[in-house]
Ligand binder design. Structure first.
Ligand code: GTP
Ligand code: MG
Length: 614
């Protein structure tokens, strides 16, 4: 577990230095052999970042083996050394300037690079893209540029390398710039350009006389000119809820909310808002593992806190702070996705999406553009995403999920897609696409924020009534005997001493819904459902087993009801043939006698622990 000490400066990822110097992650990309390694080697040599004697040692080795010295060898030699260490992985190189420390991520291939970026193993804030002047723009020059745009990396410098091979001629440089700028424009990117020679060291760390026509910054100058992203602690507070623990002592109703703080800080007394539910409470204590209690916790720390008001929170929600920018909540997300699955990602198939600690059922709704590995220049429309494709698409989820836009908060702005227990894809979230449930969700968040939590705990009511509050939702097509079953079930359960109520739909339609014109007209269906769910939610809070009938309820309507009634189970009983996509806990065919149907529902309630005694 990642526990950092209080009062210590945020340790930098490398662990090479305890100083609180600024650090920036840079990715270097470009077509094969265009000179990435050479440029990195130069940067290391020219900033005195090499171990003592390293350069000379390698030069000697080259002489001994009579092969020409290459700056790229430096990198290989370093990588071999670093690979034996444990703190540093082989694809990263470190150096510093007067301004800050840099980590250069030399992406060995675009797939590894993307994998790292989307799974969060590394996150680059800026990129160097190398194009060899004599070969010019090649397929990977474009492909990597496109990936940078997909990954939301906005600070890019294009290094036009090997200028020595083209006689340092300005026209060659400008032709490459023109061609690549045109491409960048197509993908809505911009970049600055520097003519360099990695081999000769021109414009790497120092200006050179060979290109008097160029008066822009050197590569080092460009790096130091990149703007640092805000420190995670200075961003809005986000903590994906990992677990909710109960205190073990008798009568202690408090819950501990545990997780790792991704961004921002949390203090005792802060008003926390949990999304997607919108429930709020104040931080009562901040608990810590193996540490004394503290008043504050911040980004990077594994933390747990208790609340003043006991609200019901589940794993997967994201804790944010009132008064700060809130995360997005939607069932539709526009994303940039990288697909690693052997099977293509297709429409109509159910996947799992993971964001933060949340896991939800997800579907490919629309493919906006795809770039495939074999056809590099074209981004064409397809309706599936193949192995190693990079796509922009819309993903929809059954239940609303909470997330941030990747450009704002990377940690809660990226996702992975799981198929058959395997990670098959991942990417970053670019936009929360409006969905039909938006207005309902906003009302729900309002309601949850203002909900007066009862002083009598749910468990105490359950004990009093020897049952758990639950909604028995009887659905199916019209005239399948839903209402007779509901009535018979109510009578039966009541006669057995249960606290039970059948809420007839008319009771709601002509009462709570009286202000809605044309009761029952389809245009108002979602508002009717919303109100039904609200009434049911209040009744369930009293501890009752509530029976409700609803015609042709769909899976997404059910998910919406679950979001509105999130503290209590909904048991779905379907009468007659399957007419919608709704999942069920019990099916009753039209042929069953009512008495048998009642018995079947009772067994289901026992099976699922709603009623305790046989
Ligand atoms: P991969 O990692 O294989 O994709 O290649 P790379 O982009 O890291 O290229 P690398 O730095 O290994 O350089 C490839 C070849 O180009 C080497 O033989 C270098 O010596 C040569 N090279 C790199 N930069 C320059 C340069 O500025 N001028 C000249 N003349 N050759 C260069
Ligand atoms: Mg290389």
């Amino acid at each position: 577990m990642n526990i950092s000490q209080q009062n210590q400066p945020v340790t930098n990822e490398v662990g090479t230095s305890l100083s609180p110097r600024e650090q920036m992650n840079i990715v270097i990309a470009g077509h094969v052999d265009h000179g990435k390694s050479t440029i990195i080697g130069r940067l290391l040599a020219d900033t005195d970042s090499l171990p003592k004697g390293k350069l000379e040692h390698i030069r000697q080795n080259c002489r001994r083996n009579s092969k020409p010295f290459e700056y790229a060898f430096l990198l290989d030699a370093l990588k071999d050394e670093q690979a034996q260490g444990i703190t540093i992985d082989s694809a990263r190189v470190f150096f510093k300037t007067g301004k800050r420390n840099y980590i250069i991520i030399d992406a060995p291939g675009h797939i590894e690079f993307l994998k790292n970026m989307v799974t969060g193993a590394s996150r680059a804030e800026a990129a160097l893209l190398v194009i060899g002047a004599e070969e010019g723009v090649r397929e990977n020059s474009r492909r990597h540029g496109y990936m940078l745009s997909l990954l939301g990396i906005r600070q890019v410098a294009v290094l036009v390398n090997k200028m020595d091979l083209v006689g340092y001629r300005r026209e060659v440089y400008e032709a490459v710039c023109r061609e690549y700028r045109q491409f960048l424009r197509e993908i809505h990117m911009t970049a600055q350009f520097v003519p360099v020679s990695g081999m000769g060291g021109d414009n790497i760390a120092a200006q050179n006389d060979q290109m008097p026509w160029y008066d822009g910054p050197t590569v080092l100058g460009v790096l130091d000119g990149f703007v640092k992203e805000m420190r995670p602690v200075d961003k809005p507070f986000r903590m994906p809820v990992q677990d909710v623990y109960k205190f073990t002592e008798q009568g202690d109703k408090r819950r501990i909310i545990a997780g790792t703080i991704e961004t921002g800080r949390l203090r005792v007394g802060d008003e926390v808002v949990f999304y997607p539910s919108g429930k709020t409470s104040r931080v009562s204590t901040i608990e810590a593992y193996n540490r004394p209690r503290q008043d504050e916790a911040q980004a990077g720390q594994a933390t747990a806190f208790t609340l003043e008001k006991q609200i019901y929170i589940a794993r997967g929600e994201i804790a944010a702070l009132a008064g700060q920018v809130s995360p997005s909540v939607s069932t539709r997300l526009r994303v940039n996705l990288f697909w690693m699955g052997r099977q293509p990602m297709v429409k109509g198939k159910e996947y799992l999406i993971k964001v933060g600690t949340a896991k939800e059922k997800a579907f490919l709704e629309e493919v906006l553009s795809v770039m495939d590995a074999s056809d590099l220049n074209a981004t064409q429309k397809k309706d599936r995403i193949e192995h190693h494709d990079v796509a922009e698409c819309v993903i929809s989820t059954r239940r609303a999920i909470v997330f941030d836009l990747a450009e704002e908060i990377a940690a809660t702005g990226r996702f992975v897609i799981v198929d058959n227990c395997e990670i098959c894809g991942g990417g970053i979230i670019r936009e929360a696409v409006a969905d039909e449930q938006l207005w309902m969700r906003e009302k729900l968040i309002q309601r949850n924020a203002n909900w007066a939590v009862s002083s009598i705990a749910r468990e105490d009511r359950a004990q009093r009534y020897s049952q758990k509050a639950a909604l028995v939702l009887i659905t199916g097509q019209q005239d399948t005997g839903k209402k007779p079953l509901a009535r018979a079930l109510e009578i039966q359960l009541f006669s057995e001493g249960r606290f039970v109520y059948f809420l007839g739909i008319g009771n709601v339609l002509y009462g709570v819904d009286a202000d809605i014109k044309e009761p029952g007209a389809n245009g108002h269906r979602s508002e009717h459902l919303r109100r039904l769910a609200e009434v049911a939610n209040i009744l369930l809070d009293t501890g009752v087993i509530l029976i409700v009938t609803a015609t042709d309820l769909t899976a997404s309507e059910l998910e919406w009801m679950r979001a509105a009634i999130d503290r209590y189970p909904i048991q779905v009983v379907r009468m007659g043939p399957q007419a919608t996509d709704i999942p069920n806990d019990l099916v009753i065919t039209g042929l069953d006698e009512t008495a048998n149907a009642v018995l079947a529902v009772k067994r289901m309630l026992q099976r699922d622990g709603i009623i305790f005694t046989p």
